[in-house]
Structures are given as structure tokens and as C-alpha cells.
Design a protein around this ligand. Structure first.
Ligand code: 5GP
Length: 217
């Protein structure tokens, strides 16, 4: 049996692009962190942004914080897989780390908004799995935004005002999770990822694996 499971691990698999989107305050960042900690086969795509760093954020871990001139260069040189303006700042996904991870059969996690998800869908439909996270109530959304305590009152207010517009994009996603309970939402995210990894077309090494099995019969 040990031999069979070791052989199974060798089945080549194409990595998938796993997008989590939500209005700010629905719990997406916490769930992303939990996933990265629990699952070693998925890597976070670290975006570039022109937004100022918040207290506690680390350059290169949370984002690559860059200025608008550098951002313009990245766009011009086609170095971003997608990019968008969100809350008055620009955000984008560096192309190369994503391509390299996928080619190595690793999955990539994206914490990006609906505009970025649309662009990824246009460019890589077959590799994309998208999940939209909704807050259970407006009161809970507000509570989470306030408890973050990193943003000013004006920023919190503007994020609340934009939440309705952001939420309207839920029908564009493959899966929708209502984050009533963190442990439950996390279990649901892991179930989606597990099932998507098993999709036949993502297991590109299956035919040679089955041929090897048949050869021994
Ligand atoms: P925050 O400023 O709170 O970190 O992020 C604001 C919004 O920008 C979030 O909805 C987040 O998902 C989105 N975002 C972060 N990075 C990217 C990116 O690279 N591309 C796009 N399209 N959205 C991003």
C-alpha cells in the first residue's frame, strides 16, 4: 500500500488559480491566512500596490509597496497578469511568480477584487477557481471593519459605502460562501479546493499512471 500511495503522489498535476474575493470586512484575509498555514501546496500571489502601507504590514509579505511610476512601468512591460484601481489606489498581480508556480504544479491563492477576477477569467478560464465570500449581516461587516482598527473612520465609511457595489458581483463567481462562522467557512473553502484538485483535467499525469497500472495487470 505504501508503494501505491507513493506512486500516487507522483501523478503530475496542473496547478490551479484559487481566487478569494469579498467586500472588505467579510473575513477574506483571515480565511486566506488560515488556508496558507494549513495547506503547503498553495502559495499566495503577492500583489503590487500603490496604497500606503498599514501599521503591521510588511513589504514583500502583504504586498510589494511601489509608487505609481513603477506601477506604470509594470503595466507597460506587460508584467502584470491583471490590475485594477480599488479605493483610489492601484493593485496588480505580478505575472512571473504565478506562471512559475503553476508550471511547477503548485496552486496559487489570489486575494483580489472582482475586476481582477474578471481579467483572470478572460485569460485563464480553465485554471481559475473563484470563490466569493459574503458577510452574514451588514452589522457584522461594520464590526469587522472597525475591529481592524488600521483604517481611519473616513476609510471605514467609504468601504461600507462601496460594499453594496462589490457584493453585486457574486454571480460572477464559481462558489459563494456566507461567512457566518469562521471554522465552517474555512472547512467549505478546503472542500472546494480538494474537489477542484481532483478534477480529471487537472491531473495531467493520470493517463500515464493508469497505463502503468494496466501494464502490471
Ligand atoms: P486592501 O487595501 O484592503 O489590502 O485591499 C483592497 C482590495 O483590493 C481588496 O478587495 C483586495 O482583494 C483587492 N486587491 C488586492 N490586491 C489586488 C490585486 O493584485 N488585484 C486586484 N484586482 N485587486 C486586488
Amino acid at each position: 500500500m505504501a508503494g501505491a500511495s507513493a506512486q500516487h503522489k507522483k501523478i503530475a498535476r496542473r496547478g490551479l488559480m484559487f481566487v478569494l474575493s469579498s467586500p472588505s470586512g467579510a473575513g477574506k484575509t483571515t480565511l486566506s491566512r488560515m488556508l496558507l498555514k494549513a495547506d503547503r501546496r498553495i502559495t499566495l500571489s503577492i500583489s503590487v500596490t500603490t496604497r500606503p502601507k498599514r501599521p503591521g504590514e510588511v513589504d514583500g509579505r502583504d504586498y510589494h509597496f511601489i509608487d505609481t511610476l513603477r506601477f506604470d512601468d509594470l503595466v507597460k512591460n506587460n508584467e502584470l497578469l491583471e490590475w485594477a484601481e480599488v479605493f483610489g489606489h492601484r493593485y496588480g498581480t505580478p505575472r512571473r511568480p504565478v506562471i512559475e508556480a503553476l508550471q511547477a504544479g503548485r496552486d496559487v491563492l489570489f486575494d483580489i477584487d472582482w475586476q481582477g477576477t474578471q481579467q483572470l477569467r478572460e485569460r485563464a478560464r480553465d485554471d481559475l477557481v473563484s470563490v466569493f465570500i459574503l458577510p452574514p449581516t451588514v452589522r457584522e461587516l461594520e464590526r469587522r471593519l472597525k475591529s481592524r482598527a488600521q483604517d481611519s473612520k473616513a476609510v471605514i465609511h467609504s468601504r461600507m459605502a462601496k460594499a453594496a457595489g462589490e457584493m453585486s458581483h457574486w454571480p460572477e463567481y464559481d462558489y459563494v460562501i456566507v461567512n457566518r462562522d469562521r471554522a465552517q467557512a474555512f472547512a467549505e473553502i478546503r472542500a472546494i479546493l480538494a474537489a477542484e484538485r481532483l478534477k480529471r483535467e487537472r491531473q495531467i499525469g493520470l493517463s500515464s499512471f493508469v497505463r502503468a497500472l494496466q501494464a502490471k495487470l
